[in-house]
Design a protein around this ligand. Structure first.
Ligand code: SAM
Length: 397
């Protein structure tokens, strides 16, 4: 074996072992006529806390993903380089290596040091952070939505959006253990709008977590659905579909494991929560938006400290609504937490309601939550709000 090949194989195994492996791309198949893959990409992924290698085989226009243990991945990479592909491109944390195999079994290995263009610049605290979707690695949906430029760098004016997307993806990562461990993860995104976060969800499951996913993005606006469907076509994504429709009317064809509702307007959040609960959805993530329902019903003399000031009346109504939503989800069989979504400098609507379906019925918690809710509604002298009405209608409370 030539010393260049030996060196390449050593680089592959050592970089995987010491964690400096970033990716490898195998292209130009030796046997062009064969029906096998025309290209294979390998990248590290974390699946349920374990480091794995994800192999993406491109066969025609299809992509097939396989996650394998590190040792198996290294052995497969060495076989691809030895027998299957002429060109190998290996990226480690500090260099890029290109190996070109000649027809007579020769191998030429060249090294290029990482240029500043590929390293994460050290200009601010935020850029130092290790993001699940990193700056500096081309990410198709971020490029298609203009957040990254074509070299994989985040545009300066898009950095806030980039951070928001990454923070969101961390919330998804934190609930992965509450989703089924195998098979396709079915997701619905209610009121998906421009769908940065819908695409981020697909990217996370497919490329960070190495899972098959099927996502329906639902919005009542035809124009946003058209724009998002064009991106799907452009990126050749076969696991997202966008549909025009109202949240209250949507019926999924499959069991939904994860329901998302981010900044859906006013009571659309309640329709999303009620629908997700009625399907027994495993995980619900909702960031409510503007809320007018309670503000309109709350008698001004009940909470004069708030109601004498319009802004406080509005904020109090909003907080009370979210507290009631969280409580109702508890009553309906979920463990619910209200968390800060992203910091206030980007949006004032930054409360995330995270609900994880309980696997056993916790009668004590449910009973306590019901009593708390009744006492709260009596105090405010308000009738059941929309979420409660819907859950009662579905006999879920
Ligand atoms: C503020 S945007 C949020 C978009 C996206 N989820 C995000 O966080 O970036 C709210 C979206 O919800 C959609 N929407 C509101 N109420 C809806 C309903 N009842 N059914 C379907 N879509 C709805 C709107 O058309 C809009 O595109």
């Amino acid at each position: 074996m030539s010393s260049a090949k030996e060196k390449l194989y050593l680089l592959m195994s050592e970089s995987v072992l010491d964690g400096t492996f970033r990716k490898a791309v195998f292209s130009k198949p030796v046997n062009k006529a064969a029906e096998g893959p025309i290209r294979i990409d390998v990248r590290p992924v974390t699946v349920k806390g374990l480091r794995k290698l994800q192999l993406t085989r491109r066969i025609g226009t299809q992509e097939r993903h396989e996650n394998v243990d590190a040792a198996d991945g290294v052995a497969q990479m060495q076989r691809f380089a030895e027998f299957k592909f002429r060109d190998v491109h290996l990226t480690t944390s500090d260099a890029e290596w290109s190996a070109r195999h000649g027809k007579k079994g020769t191998c030429k290995l060249t090294k290029r040091e990482m240029t500043a263009d590929y390293s994460v610049p050290n200009t601010s605290h935020n850029r130092d952070r290790k993001y699940l979707i990193p700056d500096g690695e081309p990410c198709p949906f971020l490029m298609a939505t203009g957040i990254m430029s074509s070299n994989g760098r985040v545009r300066a004016q898009q950095y806030a959006k980039f951070r928001q997307i990454n923070r969101y993806v961390e919330f998804i990562r934190d609930v992965v253990d509450h989703l089924p461990g195998d098979g396709t993860v079915n997701v619905v995104d209610f009121g998906c709008g421009k769908s940065y976060l819908t695409f981020a969800t697909q990217y996370f499951f497919r490329h960070v977590s190495g899972r098959d996913v099927h996502i329906t993005g639902l919005d009542r606006r035809q124009d946003v659905v058209d724009t998002c469907s064009n991106i799907v076509q452009q990126l050749k994504l076969d696991d997202i579909q966008f549909r025009v429709g109202d949240i209250a009317d949507f019926q999924p064809a499959e069991h939904i494991h994860l329901a998302i509702s981010l900044h859906a307007c006013d009571t659309a959040t309640d329709d999303a929560l009620a629908a997700a609960v009625s399907w027994g959805t495993d995980v619900i993530l909702a960031v409510p938006c503007c809320q007018h329902e309670l503000a309109a019903q709350l008698q001004k003399d009940r909470q004069p400290l708030f109601s004498d000031h319009g802004i406080l009346h509005e904020k109090f109504s909003s907080l009370a609504t979210d507290a009631m939503r969280a409580n109702l989800l508890d009553c309906a069989g979920y463990n619910t937490r209200v968390m800060e979504f992203i910091d206030m400098e980007h949006t004032a609507k930054n409360l995330l309601i995270r609900a994880l379906k309980r696997t056993n019925s916790d009668i004590a918690t449910t009973g306590r939550s019901r009593e708390q809710m009744q006492a709260f509604c009596q105090q405010l002298a308000i009738p059941p709000l929309r979420l409660q009405q819907k859950l009662e209608e579905y006999e879920l409370l």
